[in-house]
Every structure is written in C-alpha cells, then in structure tokens.
Ligand binder design. Sequence first.
Ligand SMILES: [Fe+2]
Length: 440
Amino acid sequence: MVDVHCHIIPGVDDGPDQIEKSIEMLKMAERDGIRKIIATPHRNHPLGYPKGNVQEQFDALKDAAKDAGIDVDLYLGAEQYIGKEDVFKTFEAFPLFDGRYLLVEFKTHIDLESLLTIVYELRVKGFWPIVAHVEMYPTVINNEEALTRIKEEGGLIQITASSLTGAVGRKIAARLTSAVRRGQVDFIASDAHGLNMRPPVLSVAQRYVQKNATMEIANRIFSDNPSKLMLGEEIVTPKTLKLRKSGRKAYLIASLITALVMAFSLGMRMIPENEAQSQNIETPKTVETVISSNVEETDPEGPVSALPVPEPKVVAEEVLSEPAQTLESPSKDSIESKYEEQLFELKTEYEMALDVYVDEIIEIKATVIDQEERNNKIDAIIDAIILMEQESDNVVYALLYDMQNELEKEKYTVERVQIFRDEYNDIKETTKMTYMEKIK
Ligand SMILES: [Fe+2]
C-alpha cells in the first residue's frame, strides 16, 4: 500500500518532533503493510510550517530508516495550504510527487464557492489538485452536492482512513462510506501525525472498503490511483455510482449493531474485576472479537461485511503484540507508564489543534465585519472543534480499553484506568475553559 498523505518528517510541522518517533511511525506503517509513504509536511501554512529544513530532515529520516532496516520507501511531497487570494498570484508549488499532483488544504471554514474557485484555478494552471481530508470542511461534509461539484471542477478527493472507520463520528463515517460507494473518493490516506490520533495505518480502511463497497473500488483507491500518481499519469474519475438502497440499509444496521456491541462491551468493563470473576464473566479481549461473535449469530452474510472496524483498536493490538513475544511479563508500572505517555502525547496534539482553531476564531472576530457572516464562520469552527473532541474521546477511550486489557492479561489491578479516565475528562474541561477565555 501507498500512503500519499503522512506527516512523518521530524521537527518540521505538527507531526513527530523527534526522529525516534518518526521511526516508530515507520515501523507501525511497515507492520500495517504500507510499503511507500509520500511524506507531506505542511507548506505555506498560516502557522508558519514548515519550520526547519525539510529536505535535510527528510534525508536524515531516510538514512535512519535504512539503518533500522525498515522496508518502507520514502518520498518527499507536501500538503500545500492555498488561500483564495494565493491562487490568483504566482506561487511556489510543492507537488506531491515529481509532476502535477498537488495535495491542497484550505481554511477549515472555507466556503464552498471559494474552494471550487481554487480547485478550478489550479486546474487552469496545469495542476491536478487533490483536496486533502475533505471531511474536515463543514462546507463539504454538510453539503451532499459538494463532492460532485469539486469533481466537476477537476478536483480529486482524499479522505482520512480513520475518519472512514468512525474516528470523527458515525455521521461523517456514514457520509464518507456513501461517497466511497459512489466512486467519489480517489485516495484514502492516513494523514498520520503520530502513533495515536490518525496513526499511519491503512489496512483497516482497505478492508472496510473491500467489504462495504466493491473490490473494484478498493483496488482503484488503494492500488491504481497511487500507482498513477507515482507514474505521473492522470486519474480519470469514473461516473458517480448510484447508491444501492440495500447497501445503505446494511450500513445502518451494522452501525446500530456496533453501537449495541460497544455499549455491551463498555458495560462489561464497568464490572469490577473480582465481581466479573465471581460471575464467571470472561472479559472481552478486543472489541473486534466481541463484534464478530455477536454479529455472526445475527446474520453472517449481511451486517458482518458492513461493520465499521474501530481503527485505534487494531493499531493498539499490533503495538501490544510485541511484548507478548518476550519471555518476561511487563511490570504494572511499565504498562501504566506506557499508556500515561501516550495520553500525554494526545493531550499535546489536542491542544495544538485547538490552538489553530482558536487563532482562526480570533482572526475572524478581528476581520469579518458582517455579524451574520462572522457568526456562521465561528459556528463552523465550533462544529469542527466538536468533531475533534469526538475523535479525541474515541482515541482516548480505545487506549484506556487497551490499557485495561493489558493489565488484566497480566493479572494486575486496573484502578489507574478509571483515574486516567477521570483525569482526561478534567483536562478536557479545564482546557476548554482556558480557550473560552482566550476567544472572549
Ligand atoms: Fe495533513
């Protein structure tokens, strides 16, 4: 597999800040079956990215990956921020790969007409624009015609793997699933920034597409299009497919079953360890295991093939599979510290993302005079913050679930899991209050 959108170069943007973290990301990608990664540091970004020398850092990463024996080829590309005002000027372009493909991102609250204008102008200038993570723009995800219109202007569509499988909420996952099934999505990439939120993992999304759309669509997204991109050949979008009703129904049933199973497994986790033992209840090892066993009883041919698989779970399983191969069991402290460290990283990522949104709100308050326009733009950003909170909740709870499983596997007590859960909620509340103060 080829990952065409990945923040993996250390110390240049909001991706990993140290080369050791980049190497861990590469190892995770390798385990997932990713064999080529186009590194896409932010370019022309309002937050001043990239910082540092991209080429030097990229070369250093390539050398370190070679020394570590990692079987993933690295290529240098970019995720280029383009404003409506930029596109009418002469600007320096940073293609994804040698050639005409540009991976472009916009302001979160961009309006659809401006987005379409940029895509059109880029085509006129001879580029083949790929709109990065379209699901992150409220103006696109809340408008059923938006993807069709982007494609009419000559734009290609990239979505984030974890968004498709539910990391930013069920509603967005359902809309993205429809888009994939209609043949509107050209690329699915990790947009990885670290090991936790949006990790460098594509296999879950690939399986999801194979099961929920068709093999032909999956091949086009995961094989044909990345190959064309790397060869510099143009991608011609096939006609939009009509969504079959049965597929939509299957997806809804699957979502409902997933919700029930998740609720069931959460309930199981709330049972204290000793009580669970006295009731002879076997703690579920993974959400995926529970989902499979429950769904198979319901309808082995139907919903099972449409189930959204929670991505963080699979990633965590892969990470956790390593210690199991060692002879010595990890200590309780080492398990707890490992998760504490990951939670701290999540907190940092969350705050950095919130900073971007807050800056946007401050800018809007300072520059947009029309009150209605101002309110609309701020509402759109608040929507995006809510989505980000949902994503954060999903990732943190999945992590705590893994922590509990790992502690229980080693027969340790699990009181720290609840402490971390409470701390997470406290931190979220405090952070929110701090930022509310900033945008008053
Ligand atoms: Fe990105």
